[in-house]
Structures are given as structure tokens and as C-alpha cells.
Design a protein around this ligand. Structure first.
Ligand code: GAR
Length: 196
């Protein structure tokens, strides 16, 4: 069984895709042990609670600064010692202290074709706005290992989607999300066969 911790910040549709894949038997050797949110209002927390999965909030607003917040996150992850940490719409950059502790044990999903439209400042809807402004004809989603850079780790899986002339950031985001919901469980399935 691949024991995973999922880190979230918002809607949690990628978390939902993982949970649905587990329920449908497509990810039968993956177990979500804990969902950690950087935002106490995240709907992702509700999704986890609905499935009876333990949740934890480590919200920067409850800590004097990012160092203390990340210190707590490291403590929790150290204690849980999951096989894999999945950043599924996690909007904070993990510090070196955490990345260094879990080499090749943290993966992230990003809503663009890395190395395009990634790195600091490129997250969520900002990515899709930038893609549309640039006039690109394709975008997509990428699952990659997390290393000490921002969105620079080894790519595990990437899939393209077309950018349509009539796209808005929202319509492009929805098309990319559909792809995310397919490729994230696919990577987890592959890793669950390799790691355990
Ligand atoms: C997803 O599109 C994910 O790729 C993106 O945020 C969205 C979260 O959606 N992540 C990043 O931009 C990280 N750099 P969700 O909360 O519904 O899964």
C-alpha cells in the first residue's frame, strides 16, 4: 500500500480525482492518510471529511511567519512519514528543509506544459491568463517530482490540451483540469507499483 499525504489550498478537485480513483478500484494500492491544507477555508477539507479522511490545517494566518508554519509542516510530515507527498493545488512553495527531507518522495501537479508558464508567480488562474496572453495554441498539465527549485523537478507525465480562439482563462482552466484529473491518478498508479 502506498501511503500518501495530500497537500491542498483550495477547491481540491485533484484530491477528489484521487479519491474517486481509489473508490472505483483504479488506485487500489493507494491510501490517503492525511490531507493538509494551507487554507482553513479550503473546500478540499470538506471533500476529505466527506470520505472520513483525517485533515489538518496549517494556515499561515495562525503562525508568526512562514518559517514557523513550515516548521510545523515538517514536524507533521516527519511524524507521519508517508511514502509520498502529493501537492494537489498546494499554493505555497515548500522550503528546502522539507524538500531535502523527502527526496523523490514529493510530486506536484502544475497546470501548464513545464518548462512553459511555471516557476514563481505562475500558479492557478495566473498560468491560464499568461497562456492566453502569449497566444500559445497548446497548453496542458504536468506531474513532476519536487526538487529544490520551483517547478524544476523531473517530469513524470505531461499531457497537452488545445487552446481555442474563444477561450477565457476559466474555459482553458476547465479543460486543463480535466487532464489533471486523469494524469495525477495515472502517475500515482504507476508509482504505487514501483515504490511498494
Ligand atoms: C490546479 O489547476 C493545479 O494544477 C494548480 O491549482 C489548481 C488547483 O485545483 N496548481 C498550481 O498552480 C500549483 N503551482 P484543485 O484545488 O481543484 O485541485
Amino acid at each position: 500500500m502506498l501511503r500518501i499525504a495530500v497537500l491542498v489550498s483550495g477547491g481540491g478537485s485533484n484530491l477528489q480525482a484521487i479519491l474517486d480513483a481509489i473508490d472505483s478500484g483504479k488506485l487500489d494500492s493507494v491510501m490517503v492518510e492525511l490531507v493538509i491544507s494551507s487554507n482553513r477555508e479550503a473546500y478540499a477539507l470538506k471533500r476529505a471529511e466527506n470520505r472520513g479522511i483525517p485533515t489538518m490545517v496549517i494556515d499561515g494566518r495562525d503562525w508568526p511567519g512562514p518559517r514557523e508554519r513550515d516548521g510545523r509542516l515538517l514536524e507533521v510530515l516527519d511524524e507521519l512519514n508517508p511514502d509520498l507527498i502529493v501537492l494537489a493545488g498546494y499554493m505555497k512553495i515548500l522550503p528546502k528543509s522539507i524538500v531535502g527531507r523527502f527526496p523523490r518522495r514529493i510530486i506536484n501537479i502544475h497546470p501548464s506544459l513545464i518548462p512553459k508558464f511555471c516557476g514563481e508567480g505562475f500558479y492557478g488562474m495566473r498560468v491560464h491568463r499568461a497562456v492566453l496572453e502569449s497566444g500559445e495554441q497548446v497548453s496542458g498539465a504536468t506531474v513532476h517530482y519536487v526538487d529544490e527549485g520551483v517547478d524544476t523537478g523531473e517530469i513524470l507525465l505531461q499531457e497537452q490540451v488545445p487552446v481555442l480562439r474563444e477561450d477565457t482563462p476559466e474555459s482553458l482552466a476547465a479543460r486543463v483540469l480535466e487532464t489533471e484529473h486523469r494524469i495525477l491518478p495515472e502517475v500515482l498508479s504507476k508509482l504505487s507499483r514501483e515504490i511498494k
